[in-house]
Design a protein around this ligand. Sequence first.
Ligand code: UDP
Length: 236
Amino acid sequence: MEKASMIYEGKGKKLYNTSHPDQVIAEFKDDLTAFNAEKKGNEAGKGALNCQISTEIFKLLEAEGIKTHFIKQLDEKNMLCKRVSIIPIEVVTRNIATGSLSKRLGIKEGSVLPFSLVEFYYKDDALGDPIINDEHAILLKCANSQEELEFLKETAREINEILRSFFDGKGLNLVDFKLEFGKDSEGNILLADEISPDSCRFWDKKTNEKLDKDRFRQDLGNVKMAYEEVLRRILN
Ligand code: UDP
């Protein structure tokens, strides 16, 4: 499958049309951004690592019955996907408190949450992706119904159970992660975007070492080595 015109360039990926109306190609970029793109960087090889990590995770989720936009990996940093129209909600699931949850609510960094917390953020760069509740989501027409929102939450919880146990077996704590969903031409809701150390937090179970984009956000160094380590553990 060949790339045709570019549809969109995002912070982490470029999206291309193909000769098939229902298929697009996602090209994973080496660019890194944080804090609503106020901090920018580039890590050669990061795009390829995220493409492969996302591929492995989408395959795992598909095998567990989760419907995703993933069709196949085309090469190092290109993935063939079903065309979807993205629901403008970032669905964040958290197992351990850190990041904006700790900052906003004063919950101690590293505390294990008594249950998996699912949050919605409105995907809008100009507004800085604000946290929203169900009624805001309906008001903003992000979703058509409460049932759709319940489906997003339920699916995020299911994905959390699958991934948490998978990464636990790889010696990693899945701290939190962000999902995006989209609708295909028939209105089915599919998991879309990517699942990678750009969108998840992974802490080593033994040392609590951060193996994700926090290495870039917090200038901890060895960003690429951390992503390589995540891939190595996934494949082992
Ligand atoms: N996240 C993301 N994209 C965003 C915001 C958050 O992928 O635009 C991910 C982030 O990597 C983490 C989780 O969602 O795994 C929760 O992020 P948090 O709200 O703590 O964000 P922070 O403000 O700390 O970046």
